[in-house]
Design a protein around this ligand. Structure first.
Ligand code: 8YV
Length: 329
């Protein structure tokens, strides 16, 4: 008998077809996210579930499905899954690291530069038919070249962001729980580890690349924003919730920092209404890893994890290696 799998979000048709050859697949091909109740109901009797960051796999959901063997996340971040509960229940959790590093780093730069040079704001002006004549002092932005790039969270994506700064002749400072090995710092444009306070005070452009957890919740709030330069720009391509959106709206409105490029939000897809009233923000709907090639690589990576998990092998990207296989008798 084929194992039963729920694919909770639409994926590429050929990826789905391949899974259907191996498994008994129930998939969500609609353009909507399952409500928690719907997710619970569709997970009944499934051996594994393929999810994205939008689906919340809480301890209750995990406990309610004693037959579940694996949760395969199509994302590197897995704060949507109660990993401790999964581990205790004997459920394998997998993610899709590495395949999205470069694309997500590209996107951090897209937001950084759009911010610095007021791309979104000036395009809105133009689309609104307000451009009557060229002006010498119009939409003057900040330079990127020759400035200091700050990175909070120096994992694989953070390092990819740093490497890209070489062509802009920038200095790189970073803060992370641990220091990078010297050879990795050298590859990351000679990035220098500094305290969080020093990072906030000295960065001209600050990029957040941290995972979300209880420790990183609101790691950028009013106090941190107050330390930043009034000319600084902020980019968040990591997770909503690491920034206190209310505090950020206030800081942007009062000009305490210059601008922000945000791809993730505290209560996404809902936005803090204040963002929509501000000219000095670039707002996008969580598309950081969204190149065709990378989303395909993520889908393939999640499929490989699923296949391994359901054929008794150790999945390549097991997040909870201490998990003891569930007694599925
Ligand atoms: C995902 C992401 O596309 O990988 C992550 O952690 O945030 C994105 O790359 C998105 O979360 C959908 O799962």
């Amino acid at each position: 008998m084929k194992a039963k799998v729920l694919v909770a979000r639409a994926t590429f048709p050929d990826v789905l077809e391949r899974l259907q050859q191996q498994f008994d697949v129930d998939s969500n091909q609609e353009d909507h996210i399952f409500s928690p109740e719907e997710l619970q109901r569709r997970m009944q009797g499934k051996d594994a579930v393929v999810v994205t960051a939008s689906e919340k796999l809480t301890a209750e959901v995990i406990a309610a499905h004693p037959q579940l063997k694996a949760i395969c996340n199509v994302a590197v971040g897995y704060n949507n899954i109660d990993v401790a509960a999964a581990t205790q229940a004997g459920v394998m959790v997998t993610n899709t690291p590495d395949v999205l590093n470069e694309t997500t780093a590209d996107y951090a730069w897209t937001l950084l530069m759009a911010n610095a040079r007021r791309v979104s704001e000036s395009e809105h002006y133009l689309r609104a038919g307000k451009w009557k004549h060229w002006r010498f002092d119009q939409f003057l932005g900040a330079d990127v070249h020759g400035t200091t790039l700050g990175i909070l969270g120096m994992g694989r994506i953070g390092q990819a962001v740093a490497r890209r700064s070489m062509g802009f002749d920038m200095q790189v400072i970073y803060h992370n729980r641990s220091h990078l090995a010297p050879e990795l710092e050298a590859r990351a444009n000679n990035a220098r580890h500094v305290s969080k306070e020093e990072l906030l005070r000295n960065a001209d452009h600050l990029v957040l690349v941290l995972p979300y957890s209880a420790e990183t919740h609101h790691i950028i709030g009013a106090a941190e924003l107050a330390l930043m330069k009034p000319t600084a720009t902020l980019v968040n391509i990591a997770r909503g919730g690491i920034v206190d959106d209310e505090a950020l709206v206030d800081a942007l409105r009062e000009g305490r920092i210059a601008s922000a490029g945000l791809d993730v939000f505290e209560n996404e897809p809902a936005l803090h209404p204040g963002f929509l009233t501000l000219p000095n923000v670039v707002l996008t709907p969580h598309i950081g890893s969204g190149s065709e090639k990378t989303r395909r690589a993520m889908a393939d990576c999640a499929s490989a994890n699923l296949v391994a998990a359901l054929s008794g092998q150790r999945p390549p990207n097991l997040v909870n290696p201490t998990v003891k296989e569930r007694n599925h008798a």
